[in-house]
Design a protein around this ligand. Structure first.
Ligand code: NAD
Length: 262
C-alpha cells in the first residue's frame, strides 16, 4: 500500500531539482502526477514522466508558465481530466536572480515576483477552487529559508519568498474547515541546478550558516513534501517547515571553534 494510492496531484517545476524528486516520490507511493514545467524543460519533464511510467506509475507532462493564469487553470483541468481528481499539489516552481539591492534591474524584480510569488498564489487559487468543492486536499508551497530571514544579494527573491510565507499562512486559515490543508517548506541550500550552477564561493556562503555542513538533497526534501501532503499530517496547517541543516535555528555559524571537539 502506497501513501498516495488512488490519489492524484500536480508538481510545478516538476522537471528538475526538488520538483522532479517529489514527482518521482509521489508516484512511488502510488500517486498519479501531472509534471508541470516551462516549455523549455519539456525534454527533462518527459524524462521524469518516462521514469515514473517505466516503474509502473502514472504521470504526464504539461508545459505551463505559473505566472499566467490561463496556464494554471489548464494545469488543474488537465490533472483532473487525466487522473480523475486533484488531491495534492506541490507549488514548487521558482527562479533565483542574484544582485545587490542597488543593482537589481526592475525587469528582474518583476519576473521574480511574477513567478515566485504570483505564481504560487495563482496555483493555490485554482487548486483550492477545485479542492474545496471535491472533499478537500493538501497543498505544499516551496518557500525557502529566504522566506524567513534575509539573504545577501537576493533582495527580490527574499521578498517574494516572504510573500509565499504570507500567502500560505493566510490561505491555510481561510480553508481549514473545508478540508484543504496548506503548508509551506523552507529549504536551506539544496543540491539542485538552481544552486549548483552558482559560483563556488556563493555556494559555500549558502552552506556556511548550516550546522550540518553539507547541502541537503532533493530526495530529503521530497520526503517532507510527501509527509505534509499525506494523511499522516492531518493537524498541520499554516506551517512553514524548515529543512535547512539548522541554518535558521542559529544566529551564528558553527565552526570547529564553536563546537565541542569530542
Ligand atoms: P531548479 O531550478 O532545479 O527547479 C526549478 C524548476 O522550476 C525548473 O524546472 C524550472 O524550469 C521551473 N520553473 C521556473 N520558472 C517557471 C515557470 N514560470 N513556470 C513553471 N515552471 C517554472 O531548482 P530547485 O532548487 O529544485 O527549485 C525548486 C524551488 O525550491 C524553487 O521555488 C526555489 O526557489 C526553491 N528553493 C530552492 C533552494 C535550493 O537551495 N535549491 C532553497 C530554497 C528554496
Amino acid at each position: 500500500m502506497g501513501m498516495f494510492d488512488g490519489k492524484a496531484g500536480l508538481v510545478t517545476g516538476g522537471a528538475s531539482g526538488m520538483g522532479a524528486s517529489a514527482a518521482l516520490a509521489f508516484a512511488r507511493e502510488g500517486g498519479a502526477v501531472l509534471v508541470a514545467d516551462i516549455e523549455a524543460m519539456r525534454g527533462q519533464g518527459e524524462k521524469v514522466v518516462a521514469d515514473i511510467v517505466t516503474a509502473g506509475g502514472r504521470a504526464q507532462f504539461t508545459a505551463i508558465d505559473v505566472s499566467k493564469e490561463a496556464d494554471v487553470i489548464r494545469m488543474v483541468d488537465e490533472t483532473v481530466s487525466a487522473f480523475g481528481s486533484l488531491d495534492f499539489a506541490f507549488n514548487n516552481a521558482g527562479i533565483l536572480a542574484v544582485g545587490f539591492t542597488h543593482e537589481v534591474e526592475e525587469a528582474d524584480f518583476d519576473r521574480i515576483f511574477a513567478i515566485d510569488a504570483k505564481g504560487v498564489w495563482l496555483c493555490m487559487k485554482h487548486e483550492i477552487r477545485y479542492m474545496k468543492e471535491h472533499g478537500g486536499g493538501a497543498i505544499v508551497n516551496n518557500a525557502s529559508e529566504a522566506g524567513l530571514v534575509g539573504t545577501p544579494m537576493a533582495g527580490p527573491y527574499v521578498a517574494a519568498k516572504h510573500a509565499v510565507v504570507g500567502l500560505t499562512k493566510t490561505a491555510a486559515g481561510e480553508y481549514a474547515n473545508m478540508g484543504v490543508r496548506i503548508n509551506a517548506i523552507a529549504p536551506g541550500a539544496i543540491a539542485t541546478p538552481m544552486v549548483l550552477t552558482l559560483p563556488q564561493p556563493v555556494q559555500d556562503s549558502l552552506v556556511a550558516p548550516q550546522p550540518l555542513t553539507r547541502m541537503g538533497t532533493p530526495e530529503e526534501v521530497a520526503e517532507l513534501v510527501l509527509f505534509l501532503c499525506s494523511d499522516k499530517a492531518p493537524f498541520m496547517i499554516g506551517n512553514i517547515v524548515s529543512i535547512d541543516g539548522g541554518a535558521t535555528s542559529n544566529a551564528q555559524s558553527y565552526s570547529p571553534e564553536t563546537s565541542p571537539s569530542a
